[in-house]
Design a protein around this ligand. Structure first.
Ligand SMILES: Cc1cc2nc3c(=O)[nH]c(=O)nc-3n(C[C@H](O)[C@H](O)[C@H](O)COP(=O)(O)OP(=O)(O)OC[C@H]3O[C@@H](n4cnc5c(N)ncnc54)[C@H](O)[C@@H]3O)c2cc1C
Length: 339
């Protein structure tokens, strides 16, 4: 089997072997083999054209348990559960806390890996525990949120690949009609509420899905703009001095979002566009920037991973030259170097 059959980018060469882990015992066994690459939804993976010589272990475990705890509802789900139906279920049950994360592809077990986030919400806000296997010892541990090292599109799991295999994740959600305060201006505008106000959960979900579809960020077999790994670059987080240096070189004031630690997050899409890379830039029959969203690199059909990385390097190089800012890839790169 080729990895291109298992990744949303439809890229990646052959796997040495493929095993399917359908229950936890199978996942525990598979994860302790040599040269194992875990693949769940394949929506955050860029795999080399040479493929993966070892074993690809597909995370296909299932099951969700729900219980009332301290006035909240705690849902614990197996890593292989799909994220999007889980969100749909929570919204349908009137459980608040993940509604802005509607439409994100992939597995529930991968959400803690890069602290999945969108439209002002991230899973770190609702995860209460991650049950994980240490493949080196075969022991399992229950990690509290503070052990997970959550940060913007990152965690201890992402910083130390291979250290843990996520077996199950617990979320605590509140039974509520309205979402929490909506801090994301575009979403608040769409819902016609003031930033900081809440809105009915189902309306938030529909608004998010609509915004995401408009950007090609909901998987759709008929839309080539969705043949991607989502955003290819994270938004750069700069010190005040670095932001001032950027502002001095920029044609207008770059977007500026304060971080809790005093640093400033800016917009990768804004920098990419102003460095001269526009939507649909690239090969219309191969690798190109999405025609709907500057941050997504897409495979229009005949592309290769080498071409994808070449376009990514061209963009990152252009941004560095124009603004002195370094862009970092968001997906996990397998068998390919960066930069
Ligand atoms: C169209 C599109 C839109 C997207 N939008 C967003 C978005 O809005 N916000 C966002 O944060 N992300 C987004 N993503 C990225 C992606 O959907 C998420 O990161 C998702 O959580 C990845 O899940 P997955 O199951 O597909 O992971 P995979 O791609 O299968 O794996 C990703 C990484 O996690 C590892 N891994 C997988 N399962 C486990 C496990 N059980 N234990 C340990 N390691 C594991 C893999 O080895 C790999 O390194 C988007 C992607 C696409 C294609």
């Amino acid at each position: 089997m080729r990895l291109s059959e298992l990744t949303t980018l439809r890229l990646g060469g052959p796997a040495g072997a493929v095993t399917e882990a359908r229950d936890e015992a199978e996942l525990v066994e598979a994860a302790q083999g040599d040269d194992v690459l875990l693949v769940a939804g394949g929506s955050n993976l860029v795999v080399a054209d040479a493929g993966w010589p070892g074993t690809v272990a597909r995370v296909l475990t299932r099951g969700v348990e729900e219980r009332e705890a301290d006035g909240r509802v705690e849902l614990t789900a197996a890593a292989g559960e799909e994220w999007e139906p889980f969100v749909a279920r929570c919204v349908a049950e009137g459980l608040a806390g993940v509604e802005s994360l509607s439409g994100i592809p992939g597995s529930l077990g991968a959400t803690p890996i890069q602290n999945v986030g969108a439209y002002g919400q991230e899973v770190a806000e609702t995860i209460t525990a991650v049950r994980a296997l240490d493949p080196a010892t075969g022991e399992t541990a229950v990690l509290a949120p503070e052990d997970c090292g959550f940060a913007y599109r990152s965690s201890a799991f992402k910083r130390h690949p291979g250290r843990w295999v996520v077996l199950a994740v617990s979320f605590a959600l509140e039974r509520r009609e309205l979402s929490g305060p909506l801090g994301y201006a575009e979403l608040a505008r769409t819902l016609d509420v003031k930033p900081g106000e809440g809105a009915p959960l189902a309306e938030v979900r529909e608004a998010v899905l609509g915004l995401r579809r408009g950007k090609g960020m909901v998987l759709d077999p008929d839309d080539l703009d969705t043949v991607s790994a989502g955003s290819f670059f994270t938004n750069p987080i700069l010190s005040e001095a670095e932001f001032d240096a950027l502002e001095a070189r920029a044609p207008a004031r770059p977007p500026r979002f304060p971080e809790p630690d005093g640093r400033v997050k800016t917009s990768a899409a804004w920098l990419i566009e102003r460095a001269g890379f526009h939507k649909a830039h690239g090969n219309p029959a191969g690798i190109a920037i999405s025609s709907k969203h500057t941050l997504a690199l897409t495979n229009r059909g005949g592309g290769t991973t080498a071409e994808l990385l070449a376009l990514a390097r061209e963009i990152a190089g252009g941004v560095r030259e124009r603004f002195g800012v370094t862009l970092e890839p968001e997906p996990t790169l397998v068998g390919v170097g960066w930069p």
